[in-house]
Design a protein around this ligand. Sequence first.
Ligand SMILES: [Zn+2]
Length: 464
Amino acid sequence: MNLQQEIRARQGEIVKTLSELIRIPSVRGEPTEGCPYGAHSAEALRWVLELCVGMGFRTKNLGNRVGYAEFGEGEELVGILIHLDVVPVGGVWERDPFSGDVADGRVYGRGAEDDKGPGVAALYCAKTLMDLGVEPKRRVRLIFGTNEETSMDDMDYYVEREGVPDYAFAPDGLYPIINCEKGMAKIAFAREGGSPGAVVAFEGGTAVNIVPESARAILDGSRIDAAAVAQAARSYQGAAALEAETGADGRLTVTARGRAAHAAYAPDGVNAIGALALFLREQLKEQAGPLVSFLAACFGMQTDGAAARVRCEDEVSGPLTLNVGLAQAGETGQSAHIDIRYPVSRTAQELADTLAPLAARWGFSTAVTHDMPPLLVPEDSRIVRELSAVYEQVTGRPAFCRPRGVGTYCRKMAGRAVTFGAHLEDTPHTNYHEPNEFIEIENLMGHAEICIEAIYRLATMPAV
Ligand SMILES: [Zn+2]
């Protein structure tokens, strides 16, 4: 029985199903009656479960939040963790993001790579094993969530009702294996009252988990040499670009433009808030005010947390990354929000405790507003050993574990799940979370070849 040949024979069905599923625009929407994440997310779930019923799986829909399709018998359970929701479209697309177009050996559309393509492939892998009459030693369950991209509370809901699988993987990242997900914390700094100094207003960033592309400050021209500051901005040479504009009221507006990136990959971006704060501190000196002074002294454009004294790394997780995602100052208050992806050997509270006395020097309070603790599944755990063997058998490449700064459903699975695929090593970026997302059909099928072997192995391996 050659499972790779068997799944290859289903390529046409996989592509067709994926294309149809992309046409359901399952971005999180306003809750409606019975649809906590909006009508489209619920529609995607019902559509997939209906397909699964037709394929012969037992299915269950848990409150239009999460559902599953299952085959086989046994006490133990193998879980394949898939999400059917997608991030919003954003930006300029060359094709309708929900067309599901098939062209040039690719399937195009939001969700093609993240995570509908890998999910549909996994579904057909399970279906193929069922059709081949494979008798699993434990149940095989495809678990479809619909709120992964926002908060993952769909999987909390699932785990409360169904518990965690004995062995699980999420085809929602990269091969070979991601066994470590850094902790993810959001920390807020706040100070009440208007800004003493020349900075009348400061505004930067769109979301804490995005490196801010732009930031803007309005300066009181009567307290500074506005012409000199404007000239310095125009001749500024740095990673960001600066512009200055003098208003009729004598106020000077300085704008910084950087480059956006996901906070998990903060070193790839150029932080406009940091660039602007550094420039203003240099120019305004004691007129810079508390927000600019704090941002410039503790963060600047650093992404490793060195100046804020939180730089750290460990062998399994790699280094901490830090992003100042939002900053704001006005008449009534000043605030900044940072996103930290921290190694498994640290806690969010430890980091906040280090930052608090620094922030207090400029009059800011410190609070952890969100924390997702890190995940580490040991390399000698059975799930990692079995999936490593599968990977080496199918691809002929060495398997290895690596860390990542983003979260998947694996975090919700009590250390029993790792990310396994679906993106193949040494293949091009597929624009997931960006405009013009696509998946190469050849790479999708490459994933399917590994995935079918993984399900087979986990389903049929002897019990311990
Ligand atoms: Zn995903």
